[in-house]
Design a protein around this ligand. Structure first.
Ligand code: HDE
Length: 702
């Protein structure tokens, strides 16, 4: 039985937390019950419509047939206008310490207090059926089911945004989405309208740098950071505010694919990220993130050279350190994608006492948009009653009726009332604990449509990002710009964009211009040279090799002993080793035994693995070297910077795949991540070296 089917039949184990207990009440009866209509009437045949004679017309009176088809006809709802494709999971959050000094939020008040969560990751541009590994921003939305109501932290994996004011969002999204006439491209930004808009709107520049970096092609949802993006506000019980930025940091490190790999993955496994998350959780490898906060006292509001309300800016970590405050663990997959992942509704305005907004104009607009879009997407005003959206806190109000109302509300439906005993009454009589009180910010201004002067510097932080990258990260950024602008038909748009880049860095602009056949733009004087090392992925590797996937290429006559030794060594550190051969089943080992094959080579591809091992065995290696799929597997893995290991004869396959001879024959060259054991090393030595290479993720300097 496949893992997929097992999960369907795993039944309902004891509820894990208050949210799970609530969800359990909504789960349908076991599948073994008899088939019925919507009305509960038992049905004994769902294969043949009621008809007049075995060869006659179908009868309208067949209520089961009509009901079945009608329900099916209405199964689809509108997809999200952005972030349509996603995957979600349940889990919990727990603080390391009390944050009461800064916020009265109950879920942050005590070390170890567990709050159930649901998290949905997503791409932004593509429709529901688009590929996971496109170049795009990733959504990272978390719903905390706190005892004081739902708190949603609706973030992205990039800490800034393309625009500063929400009123530009429809323009931005129209430009980034598929073009209106031909609905292309599906997923990704490499097309004219996006770059037309971007080149005319310089405030996009900082975010463009991130979007053209490897951050936009993550290896896994489990290996990306998350950011609240806006400056929010913590508020204490006595009304004191502190500015706060939220950061999620993955325990497994921040890792990416390379662009060629991401494109191949989109074909080989369009569900790559969704599958990765699902399988890790099914295997008990629960992904984990640390929540960190940057705290800024209200008195420091104007002490930065950018505006805290401007969502195109970060607060460099070197300026305000990120303080770790708790951890998020995802430990349960949903049981029904539609009911849970599709129907979940996040909203930036879902805040709890102790967390409040700032006047960031992007955030202010979001606070309107999410509820509004959900009204149509989820068919009316009662979607907070959908199981995944229900708070675990009690709900009492005078909202009534509407499509899909699930609750029978007895009694009065207005306030104030005496006939209903005055219920529900204003909360807060006993001192106000647990009551939401808006931060009493003083607001005083003219009614004007003007962007603040403090929002006008669009390039300094774009330059900061570029300056902070390692050489290989810069190379990837240049290649990404060349790819994207290379797909743009309009020369004018390309020129304008390259011109903007000169404000970020002269070399960047020149290299991109060269790649798209344009003259280098005029250099711009006075481009800032500051750096923030915290921005480079080189400094975000994390540690360990848990859930990293290693492909072992095998054939008839493979040295099975070697394979077993390497597998045991890597499995001890949590890596997943799979044996691939031309066919499923098993292959004969060199010493006559047999080796189980986990995957048939034609069903897989190198892009689905983090490293490749070629085992010893003269006959086996000859067969592999003669198999174009095996040769391509190695060639591609080398090109994508992945660790390669070959034992004994196995090096011959590396040579066949044109892995440069100097690397194959030289000292086992760790900086290239190609490990040949130099003829004398044991399987254990090679396994150790492979584990170390895997922990470095990739070798981009090949
Ligand atoms: Fe969103 N965004 N957004 N967004 N957003 C939506 O809400 C919007 C922005 C983000 O997994 C929509 O229910 C406006 C920033 C995520 O269900 C919509 C603006 C950030 C998700 C909407 C922004 C995000 C959404 C579409 C500009 C990162 C998916 C469907 C001011 C901090 C949540 C829906 C999920 C979804 C509006 C900008 C993150 C249309 C107006 C900045 C992760 O309401």
């Amino acid at each position: 039985m496949s893992a997929h089917h097992q999960s369907h039949q795993r039944g309902n184990p004891a509820p894990k937390d208050a949210k799970d207990e609530q969800l359990a009440r909504f789960r349908a009866a076991p599948e073994s019950d008899a088939l019925t209509t919507d009305q509960g009437v038992r049905v004994d045949d769902t294969d043949n419509a009621l008809r007049s004679g075995t060869r006659g017309p179908t009868l309208l009176e067949d209520f089961h047939n009509r009901e079945k088809i009608t329900h099916f006809d209405h199964e689809r709802i509108p997809e999200r206008v952005v972030h349509a494709r996603g995957a979600g999971a349940y889990g919990y959050f727990e603080p390391y310490e009390s944050l009461s000094e800064y916020t009265c939020a109950d879920f942050l008040a005590e070390a170890g207090r567990r709050t159930p969560v649901f998290v949905r990751f997503s791409t932004v541009q593509g429709p529901r059926g688009s590929a996971d590994t496109v170049r795009d921003v990733r959504g990272f939305a978390t719903k905390f089911y706190t005892r004081e109501g739902n708190y949603d932290l609706v973030g992205n994996n990039i800490p800034v945004f393309f625009i500063q004011d929400a009123i530009k969002f429809p323009d931005f999204v129209h430009a980034v989405k598929m073009e209106p006439d031909n609905e292309m491209p599906t997923g990704g930004t490499a097309h004219d309208t996006f770059w037309d808009f971007a080149s005319l709107q310089p405030e996009t520049t900082h975010m463009l740098m991130w979007a053209m970096s490897d951050r936009a092609i993550p290896r896994s949802f489990r290996m990306m950071q998350g950011f609240g993006v806006h400056t929010f506000r913590f508020v204490t019980a006595d009304g004191r505010g502190t500015f706060v930025k939220f950061h999620w940091k993955p325990k497994l490190g921040v890792h990416s694919q390379v662009w060629d790999e991401a494109q191949i993955t989109a074909g080989r496994d369009p569900d790559y990220h969704r599958r990765d998350l699902w399988e890790a959780i099914e295997a008990g490898e629960y992904p984990e993130w640390e929540l960190g906060v940057q705290l800024v006292p209200e008195s420091d509001e104007f002490s930065f050279d950018f505006d805290l309300l401007d969502a195109t800016k970060i607060i460099p970590e070197e300026q305000v350190p990120v303080r770790p405050i708790g951890r998020l663990v995802l430990d349960r997959n949903p049981q029904n994608f539609f009911a849970e992942t599709e129907q979940v509704a996040f909203h930036t305005a879902n805040v709890v006492p102790g967390i409040d907004f700032t006047n960031d104009p992007l955030l202010q607009g979001r606070n309107f948009s999410y509820l509004d879009t959900q009204l149509i997407r989820l068919g009316g005003p009662n979607f907070s009653q959908i199981p995944v959206n229900r708070p675990i806190a009690d709900v009492h109000h005078n909202h009534r009726d509407g499509f899909g109302q699930q609750v029978i509300h007895p009694g009065t439906n207005y306030f104030p009332n005496s006939l209903g005993g005055g219920c529900p009454a204003h909360a807060g009589a006993g001192g106000g604990a647990g009551v939401f009180r808006h931060y009493a910010e003083r607001v005083d201004g003219q009614k004007i449509r003007v962007r603040s002067e403090s929002f006008q510097d669009h390039y300094s932080q774009a330059a900061l990002f570029w300056n902070s990258m390692s050489d290989w990260e810069r190379r990837h950024i240049v290649e990404a710009f060349r790819f994207e602008l290379g797909k743009v038909g309009s020369t004018e748009v390309r020129e304008r964009m390259v011109g903007n880049l000169a404000n970020v860095n002269g070399d960047l602009a020149k290299s991109v211009a060269e790649g798209v056949g344009l003259p280098a733009p005029q250099p711009v004087a006075g481009v800032p040279s500051a750096t923030s090392p915290a921005l480079s992925q080189e400094n975000l590797l994390g540690s360990g090799i848990r859930t990293r996937k290693v492909a072992v290429l095998a054939a008839e006559g493979t040295d099975a002993g070697h394979v077993t030794a390497v597998r045991e060594r890597l499995a001890a550190d949590g890596a997943i080793v799979e044996v691939l051969a031309a066919r499923g089943g098993s292959v004969r080992g060199a010493d006559g035994g047999s080796l189980k094959v986990d995957r048939a080579l034609p069903t897989m591809a190198s892009v689905l693995y983090d490293a490749v091992l070629v085992a010893d065995g003269k006959e086996a290696v000859s067969a592999l070297a003669a198999d174009p799929a095996a040769v391509r597997f190695v060639e591609e893995a080398y090109r994508h910077g992945k660790p390669l290991a070959a034992l004994g004869e196995g090096t011959r396959l590396l040579t066949e795949a044109k892995v440069p001879e100097a690397v194959v024959l030289g000292e086992s060259a760790p900086d290239h991540g190609v490990l040949t054991g130099n003829g004398t090393a044991t399987a254990d030595d090679v396994a150790d070296a492979l584990a170390a290479a895997l922990a470095r993720h990739r070798f981009p300097y090949r």
